[in-house]
Design a protein around this ligand. Sequence first.
Ligand code: NAD
Length: 289
Amino acid sequence: MKIAFIGLGNMGGGMAANLVKAGHDVSAFDLSEEALAAAKDNGCATFTDASEAVLGAEAVVTMLPNGAIVKSVYTDSVIGKAPEGAVLLDCSTIDVATAKEVTAAAEAAGYDMVDAPVSGGIAAANGGTLTFMVGGTDKAFKRAEAVLNAMGKAVIHAGDAGAGQTAKICNNMLLAISMIGTAEAMKMAQKLGLDPQKFYEISSQSSGYCWSLNAYTPMPGVGVESPADNDYQGGFATGLMLKDLRLAMEAAENADANVPMGQRAASLYEDFNGAGNGGLDFSAIIKML
Ligand code: NAD
């Protein structure tokens, strides 16, 4: 299939390479010359203009930093430029309102479109093991699935347009809350004189069981191996978690949803990020407690 790929950064670079490996003919565009050169090495045809990259494409995939950029790329370079009838897939993490707005504009111009944000970081993007949560019509989902399968291990239809972004930010809000709760409980157990490893053994088999404790233990040398054991390098950066929490807070306000724990988690991550920790894995928030 002829696929245009726009946004070849940390995530998009590996995703585009996996589309090439699956036998697709990939036309790539990024503002960064370095990213374009890497894409060329990975077998993509490269272009210096997004609207040229989408010419003749049967599918267009975008992996961009935020909603404003996604909206401008689709408005200026994809809608009306890619062949009518192409399927459009935005895999960026952006706000729900912009995702719905861009999809509506694309549909009005005769395209099928999905929002398909991912779970899994750079390693999963490179390894083709991302999980995609997809919002869009049944028809758009079926068409997008064929493309997404080449880049991920799971492709789940969440619901209508925007549902992929909704699933992503609700999941990550829950993750932030559970990570802070896990970190708090571990530190409190330690302060009360309980060996943190004993706490892990007990709570990971009791009702405190959760992914943050059992699969991503935030204290070095305790529980399973995680970024904590590597000085909080790698993993899921605090800055990206904060981005998702800000999107979650915006969505909660628009939907009049009451999220006191999400608000508290967002404010703690604002403080931690503001103290210069944006590049550390998000589990490093334990250092602040
Ligand atoms: P990144 O900054 O590494 O890559 C973004 C790329 O988009 C850059 O190469 C940049 O040059 C390019 N770009 C920016 N504006 C552009 C434009 N107008 N036209 C063409 N290219 C443009 O970011 P990333 O880590 O690859 O993340 C991409 C998206 O994936 C974000 O929405 C992020 O929230 C989401 N995400 C990232 C991770 C992760 O672990 N990095 C995990 C899940 C989801």
